[in-house]
Design a protein around this ligand. Structure first.
Ligand code: NFE
Ligand code: MG
Length: 460
């Protein structure tokens, strides 16, 4: 049977640099290769800089999840110093990161995912690459489209909350080593409370019902785009007073036949391979502390600028579905529709949590413990970004950054093959998918979009 090679490029609408190369035969995807198509080099750029610069410079990796990078960069230094942040700092960081999640998840659902499932105007930014297979009635589509237009306003509200807490968004200026640079301005609490109330109304009243409507019309998407069943979470959103994480860190397998309860995160089990990535090195899995980023664009067999992170050698999925799996709220392997619903469910969870955190802010309390970066040391900054687990591996020497390695969510989800030849999560999810139209494999596009990939982050 003839095999067709198709290139889906760009896969995403805003962060448009992921390419997927698929081999299709007899109406089925035989294999897939996810390709990060550009080199950025933030890890090399950070070398020699002041340790205090990373929390600002690393935010430039991405305009969608900058606060995640800034907070994880600060976390690395805070771990070196063994700092415990004041409750107010946790409140403000939770609100800043939560606002980033709200913005990112609303963006993904209404402006990247929905146009794959309902007919939108042909004009930019709505037009879909692939038509066909639209199952909702014109009336239902018109209603969801109206919500998608309204969603721009709510994305702005989320950014406004981030700016009120973190100085500006995107690229917050307010993240400081040991907490936040400034308390809330007078009146900001009330503004944030009002914006959260509007966001709650929108998320509960429109986003969740729209997602359910799409999920029930496209229920077959719960059966395709499956992940490996291995999930990872680095933990996020500490309770301001107890420090207990809203999204606990850990590893969990829900592989049918061998499901496990959540296991503690062992950071020494995290490795990266560059066997199929355009970098020099042995290709053997190694700790990011040992990793280097030396471009090798002519490397034979390589096909991506993304490295291949693994945990205990396993291909792990990160993101909203993984976080809910860690909480025991989902008990199945992920799927194209499962990921999308998990992202929407997480949006609803977070808007509630943010209201509670705001109530715990004490106007006169400290927002920072004064601290400076040490002259030397190593640590892993850990956290969760909207798309999943994020780590910054930092080595300081002579009061400067000596080595900086970053492992992003989209690197976990959209990695190339590792040294064993095992495909990454998205590559695995796409392989085996039946496609109705080999020239326009909308099924594959929907699967890829369910990961909400961000190439800017993944190649960093
Ligand atoms: Ni550019 Fe990011 C998130 C990070 S994804 S969006 O969420 O890190 O790899
Ligand atoms: Mg890296």
């Amino acid at each position: 049977m003839a095999q067709t090679i198709l290139i889906l490029d760009p896969v995403t609408r805003v962060e448009g640099h992921l390419r997927l190369k698929i081999a299709v035969s007899s109406g089925r995807v035989e294999s897939a290769r996810a390709q990060g198509t550009m080199y950025r080099g933030f890890e090399n750029l950070l070398k020699g800089k002041s340790p205090d610069d990373a929390r600002m410079l690393a935010q430039r990796i991405c305009g969608v999840c900058p606060a995640s990078h800034g907070l994880v960069a600060a976390d690395a230094i805070e771990r070196m110093k063994g700092l415990t942040l004041p409750a107010n700092a946790r409140v403000l960081r939770n609100l800043l990161l939560g606002a980033e999640f709200l913005h990112s998840h609303i963006l993904h659902f209404y402006h990247m995912c929905v146009p794959d499932f309902i007919r939108m105007p042909e004009s930019s930014p709505w037009g879909a690459a692939y038509g066909g297979d639209r199952r909702l009635s014109p009336e239902e589509e018109a209603e969801i489209y109206a919500h998608a237009v309204e969603a721009f306003r709510h994305r702005r509200s989320a950014h406004t909350i981030g700016a009120l807490v973190g100085g500006r968004m995107p690229h917050a200026t307010g993240i400081a080593i040991g907490g936040m640079g400034a308390p809330l301005s007078p009146g900001a609490s009330e503004t944030i409370a009002n914006l959260l109330a509007e966001l709650e109304t929108f998320v509960q009243g429109k986003m969740v019902p729209d997602a359910k409507k799409i999920a029930s019309a496209y229920a077959d998407y719960f059966s395709i785009g499956k992940g490996t069943g291995n999930f990872l979470c680095f933990g996020a959103f500490p309770n301001p007073s107890s420090g207990k994480l809203l999204f606990p860190k850990g590893f969990r397998s829900v592989v049918p036949g061998s499901p496990t309860p959540p296991a503690p995160l062992q950071t020494d089990k995290i490795t990266e391979s560059i066997a199929y990535s355009w970098y020099t090195g042995s290709g053997a899995p190694q700790s990011p502390f040992q990793g280097t980023t030396v471009p090798a664009p002519e490397k034979a067999n390589a096909y991506s600028w993304i490295k291949a992170p693994r945990y205990m050698g396993k291909v792990c999925e990160v993101g909203p579905f993984a976080r809910l799996a860690m909480l025991g709220l989902v008990k199945t392997t992920s799927s194209a529709m499962g990921r999308t619903l998990a992202r929407v469910a997480e949006t609803a969870i977070l808007v509630q949590a943010m209201k509670k955190w705001l109530d715990q802010y004490t106007p006169d309390g400290p927002v920072r413990v004064q601290a400076e970066a040490p002259a030397s040391g190593t640590a892993i900054g850990l956290g969760e970004a909207p798309r999943g687990s994020l780590a910054h591996y930092v080595t300081l020497a002579g009061r400067a950054i000596d080595k900086y390695q970053i492992v992003t969510p989209t690197s976990w989800n959209c990695s190339p093959r590792d040294g064993q030849g095992t495909p990454g999560v998205a590559e695995k999810a796409a392989a085996g998918t039946p496609v109705a139209n080999e020239q326009e494999p909308i099924e594959v596009l929907r699967i890829l979009h369910s990961f909400d990939p961000c190439m800017a982050c993944s190649v960093h």
